[in-house]
Design a protein around this ligand. Structure first.
Ligand code: AHR
Length: 613
């Protein structure tokens, strides 16, 4: 029964309430959203990124192929280049199973080359079966210059290889292959299917670029002389300008990030999908288990200035230094930045907050209209969370970023979390949350929880599930919202929940109350499945039987494997071939795999035996 209270009005819900949190985790950028098909295109991979990396990772050489790090380089921020001898070649194996091409589609090949004597360079695309496109030839001569050619794929393949062969000695760098058909057709653009899946969510905002990625590693600037291979925190200035002049960096999640997808591209993407851009900058406290505060006033001053420059890059007129840079990159109009996060999941509350206040004061002095977002620490329990919330409240911070990853049961039990939040305190940006699996029951628990967020839309102003993307062959974190390999992408059940809420955001909450008497049996009309919830603390077992007495599910909590958090999907059922089957705990979203059978009504009996006493 749902009772609607027509005498009261509930919270207003902002159109931007639900958005996405993008982090370059699980190879979300290179090998993911960034459409570049060549892996390690500038020969910068190193052991600083991953213990097994070399400058030739993902390349196979034939003949003389030496990676050089000397004054002959293309650019001071692009350290390595490849010296190919006469008759030598290199072959790139792309990401996942290889380079994916589709019959009839065009692919833009480019490289930078330098050659003392004119050197013909031949580029070929092939897989184990043979050629995938007609070979292309360019002739390099003189100093560093960019050469381009276009392939048209004769066949579809997901196992392509790109080879570049030199007739005469030549130096090569930035060997690149992009599909012409990127999202919105942009050069240096995004993979269409992934970008379109994100756009289809209709997100209100785009938080980027992380996560732990933002505030881990050294906070020093890129230094060509001494630390070009050192892990650095995500500093936006490293990621703008011509791609061949962007230094790569070791990514916190254990691989190399090219920064081909950088701040300009993020702002452009946010605009393209109609989402408010919400960047996060490091606050000079190193997080995510590396808890360390940098005590260097000059460095802090430089980061604060970088943040002011970022706002100018996003919003400044073309006559300003950074507005001009934005215009040179192709976007004279401002990007309309209104919110900016400082810090992520800070473990050292007092150290962080001292620095946060300096950032905030400088931003407010120059850009009083920008909302500066603080955070509440790594999770929703413990002293960091409490202490940071206190500091945020005392300093009247506008908005606090909260993160948590919990069991579905936690989400079901904590629907009222924000009912008691102080209405006059900081607003909440729920920047990361997920129930810990990718099953239908997780998506359902998240949906239930989101009704609680909406009920409290006067306090919870923004919310984003996390993480957004995962390349199935390079996973550091699960669950994730959108999965992909080199050719396909698919949304999890949680993706569908997010889409449902983002595309149907209400204007105003209507106060209502739902009540029910838990049924022990009866028809489940229109159900696509059944989730049972019982904890091993309170129950000995749970059984589900069909009306005819067929046993459908028995979970014996006394059998020793009653970790209910892990086994949350155990009570999930699907109908296949007209009969109930238990969902496979290891498979994703089995609940929707009912083949071509129509869903039917079934009489079920659910019985849970309470622990004696
Ligand atoms: O979303 C994955 C990680 O979870 C983020 O990088 C971090 O902020 C959180 O701990």
């Amino acid at each position: 029964t749902i009772d609607v209270d027509r005498t009261r009005t509930g919270a207003q819900i902002d159109d931007s309430m639900y958005g996405v949190f993008y982090e370059d985790i699980n190879r979300a950028a290179d090998g993911g959203l960034y459409a570049e098909l060549v892996q390690n295109r500038s020969f910068e991979y190193s052991t600083a990124d991953h213990k097994d990396y070399t400058p030739l990772t993902s390349w196979k050489a034939s003949g003389t192929a030496d990676v050089k790090d000397d004054a002959g380089r293309l650019h001071t921020r692009n350290r390595n280049y490849l010296a190919l001898g006469a008759g030598a070649s290199v072959t790139n194996s792309g990401y996942n199973t290889g380079i994916a091409v589709q019959k009839g589609k065009r692919y833009d090949f480019s490289l930078w080359a330098r050659a003392e004597q004119p050197a013909a360079l031949t580029a070929t695309l092939q897989d184990a079966t043979g050629s995938l496109a007609q070979a292309r030839r360019v002739t390099a001569r003189g100093g560093w210059a960019k050469y381009t050619a276009t392939f048209t794929a004769a066949r579809t393949s997901t196992t392509g290889r790109l080879t570049v062969a030199a007739e005469r000695p030549a130096a090569l760098d930035m060997i690149s292959l992009f599909p012409r058909d990127t999202y919105k057709g942009r050069a240096n653009g995004l993979r269409k299917d992934l970008a379109e899946k994100i756009e289809a969510l209709n997100p209100g905002f785009l938080r980027f670029p992380g996560g732990c990625l933002v505030n881990t590693g050294s906070h020093e600037a890129y230094d060509a002389q001494s630390n070009w291979q050192r892990k650095r925190s995500y500093q936006w200035k490293d990621t703008v300008g011509p791609v061949e002049q962007r230094a790569t960096n070791a990514n916190f999640w254990g691989y190399n990030q090219s920064y081909g997808l950088g701040y300009y591209e993020y702002f452009q993407f946010a605009e393209d999908i109609g989402a408010m851009p919400l960047p996060v900058v490091p606050a000079l406290v190193t997080g995510c288990g590396q808890n360390q505060a940098t005590d260097d006033p000059a460095l802090l001053k430089r980061h604060i200035q970088d943040t002011l420059d970022l706002i100018e890059f996003a919003n400044g007129p073309v006559t300003s230094a950074w507005g001009k840079k934005r215009a040179q990159m192709g976007h004279p109009e401002p990007f309309g930045l209104t919110h900016l996060g400082v810090g992520n999941e800070e473990n050292l509350p007092d150290e962080f907050f001292a620095r946060f206040k300096e950032f905030r004061a400088a931003i407010e002095a120059k850009y009083p209209d920008i909302t500066v977002v603080s955070n509440s620490g790594p999770d929703d329990t413990g002293s960091t969370f409490d202490r940071l919330w206190q500091l945020n409240r005392d300093a009247k911070v506008d908005m606090v970023d909260e993160h948590y990853y919990n069991s579905p049961q936690w989400f079901l039990e904590n629907n009222d979390r924000y009912d008691s939040y102080d209405r006059s305190g900081p607003k909440v940006f729920l920047g990361e949350y997920a129930s810990l699996d990718n099953k239908f029951s997780n998506a359902l628990a998240e949906a239930a929880y989101m009704t609680g967020l909406e009920r409290n839309a006067d306090v919870v102003k923004l919310a984003s599930y996390a993480p957004l993307l995962a390349n199935k062959d390079y996973v550091q974190w699960k669950p994730d919202m959108i999965w992909f390999d080199n050719a396909r992408s698919w949304g999890s059940a949680s993706y569908e929940t997010q889409k449902l809420f983002m595309r149907n955001t209400g204007d105003q909450v209507v106060p209502s109350k739902a009540s029910t008497t838990p049924a022990t049996s009866g028809p489940i009309t229109g159900a696509v499945g059944l989730s049972t919830w019982a904890t091993s603390a309170a129950y000995d077992d749970v059984r589900v039987t069909a009306a005819d007495g067929t046993s459908l599910l028995t979970d014996d909590f006394t059998d020793g494997d009653s970790q209910w958090t892990r086994a949350a999907g155990r009570g999930s059922w699907a109908v296949q071939d007209g009969a109930f089957v238990q969902s496979d705990e290891t498979a994703e979203n089995t609940l929707v795999t009912a083949g071509d059978k129509a869903w039917q009504n079934y009489d079920l009996k659910v019985k849970a035996t309470k622990k004696s006493g």
